[in-house]
Design a protein around this ligand. Structure first.
Ligand code: GLU
Length: 338
C-alpha cells in the first residue's frame, strides 16, 4: 500500500498520563475489579505451563518518564512466550532495516491461528507477519550471529535491554516445550522448503523456544512496552535499545496482529497496540505515554489472558489511552457555532 506520504517530517501527538497518584489508584482499581473474575483456562499444550497457579494476577503501568505503578502478584514470574516476538522483531528491524524485514516477513494479518501451517501454504510460502509463529521463526532466523549460541545471546541480551535487567531462561518450560513442539518444527521446515529460512531449522526452533522461555514479571512487561512507547529508550536505565522508527514499525505490526485472531476486536474495544503470550502475560503500549503489563494465567479461547485483557481495557479507558479517541475542540463544542 502506497499512501504517498513522501519524505515529510512526522509530527506525533503525545498527551500526558494523569498524575502518578491517580495512576496508582486506577491500577489498584483494575486489580481489585477483576481479581475474582474466574473465566478461562490455563494453557496446557506446553506441559510446563499447566502447573501455573490460576489465581495469580498482577497489573503494572510504566511511564516513559520512569514512574512505575503496580498491584497484585507483582513478584510472580512467568515465561514471556509470544510477547518475545514483538521485541525480537524490533531488534531485527534495528539490525537489518525496515525494507528487508518487510520483504522477508511481511506485516499482514493471517486471520488464522498463531501456529497455523495453512497460512503459509495459502500465501506462497510467505510467513505473513512476525506475530504468528511462522513470522517469528523467520525473524529469529534473521538474528545476527555466527552460531546459534551467538544468535541466542543477541536475543537474550536485547530483550534484557528492553526490560532493564538481566532476563534468565526457565529451563523447565524450555525443555518441556522442546519435547512437544513438533508443530513449530514443521513450520520451520516448511519455511525452509520455500527458502524463507536458510539456516538450520532445528536451531531456529531452539532459539525461538528459548526466547519464549525467558522469565519476566508484569513490571518487566510494562518497562519493555514503555521502551517502545518512549521512542526506544528504556525509561529505567536511560539506555537506547532501538530507534524511534523501529518502535513505530513494531507498534504498527502489534496493532494489526498482536492479539491473535482477536486483534480486530481488541483494537475496537481497547484501541492500543498489544501482544499477549500463552503463559498469561499481556503488554499494551500507549505511544508517547507508557505501557501496561499484566499477568494472569487463565486464557480465553484465542489465547489471551482473561483478567489481563479486562484490566488493560479498563486502564485504557480510564487513563485515556485509546489511540483512536478524540474530543471535539473546546472552541467548537456543541452549539458553539450556532
Ligand atoms: N512458545 C509458544 C509456541 O510457540 C508461544 C505461543 C504463544 O504465546 O502464543 O507455541
Amino acid at each position: 500500500m502506497d499512501l504517498d506520504v513522501g519524505d515529510v517530517e512526522q509530527a506525533v501527538f503525545t498527551g500526558d498520563l494523569p498524575r502518578g497518584a491517580r495512576v496508582d489508584e486506577l491500577v489498584d482499581m483494575a486489580h481489585e475489579r477483576y481479581r475474582d473474575h474466574d473465566a478461562g483456562t490455563v494453557a496446557d499444550y506446553i506441559p510446563g505451563l499447566a502447573r501455573a497457579d490460576p489465581r495469580l494476577f498482577a497489573v503494572a503501568v510504566a511511564e516513559v518518564e520512569g514512574g512505575i505503578h503496580a498491584a497484585g502478584d507483582i513478584e510472580a514470574q512467568f515465561t514471556i512466550q509470544s510477547i518475545a516476538k514483538a521485541f525480537v522483531y524490533a531488534l531485527v528491524c534495528e539490525h537489518l532495516g525496515h525494507e528487508v524485514v518487510l520483504d522477508r516477513v511481511g506485516v499482514n494479518n493471517t486471520g488464522m491461528a498463531f501456529n497455523s501451517v495453512m497460512a503459509i501454504e495459502l500465501n506462497d510460502g510467505h510467513p505473513m507477519n512476525p506475530m504468528v509463529n511462522a513470522g517469528a521463526l523467520a525473524t529469529t532466523a534473521m538474528t545476527p550471529g555466527a552460531s546459534a549460541a551467538e544468535q541466542w545471546e543477541f536475543v537474550r541480551s536485547g530483550l534484557s535491554d528492553f526490560a532493564g535487567r538481566n532476563l534468565r531462561l526457565d529451563g523447565e518450560v524450555y525443555r518441556s516445550e522442546m519435547a512437544t513442539n513438533q508443530r513449530n518444527l514443521a513450520i520451520a521446515r516448511l519455511l525452509q522448503s520455500y527458502h524463507r529460512i536458510i539456516v538450520d531449522p532445528m536451531e531456529v526452533v531452539d532459539t525461538y523456544t528459548r526466547q519464549c522461555s525467558l522469565r519476566v514479571d508484569a513490571r518487566d512487561l510494562a518497562v519493555m512496552g514503555a521502551t517502545l512507547a518512549g521512542g526506544g529508550v528504556n525509561p529505567m536505565t536511560g539506555v537506547r535499545v532501538v530507534s524511534a522508527e523501529v518502535c513505530r514499525d513494531t507498534l504498527a505490526v502489534l496493532t494489526s496482529s498482536g492479539m491473535y485472531e482477536r486483534s480486530g476486536e481488541w483494537l475496537f474495544e481497547v484501541g492500543l497496540p498489544a501482544k499477549s503470550g500463552v503463559a498469561g502475560g499481556i503488554v499494551a503500549i500507549a505511544p508517547g505515554k507508557g505501557a501496561i503489563g499484566t499477568f494472569s494465567p487463565p486464557l480465553d479461547s484465542a489465547g489471551n489472558s482473561e483478567r489481563g485483557a479486562r484490566a488493560t481495557a479498563f486502564l485504557s479507558r480510564t487513563l485515556g489511552l485509546n489511540v483512536f479517541a478524540s474530543a471535539a475542540h473546546a472552541g467548537l463544542a456543541e452549539g458553539a457555532r450556532s
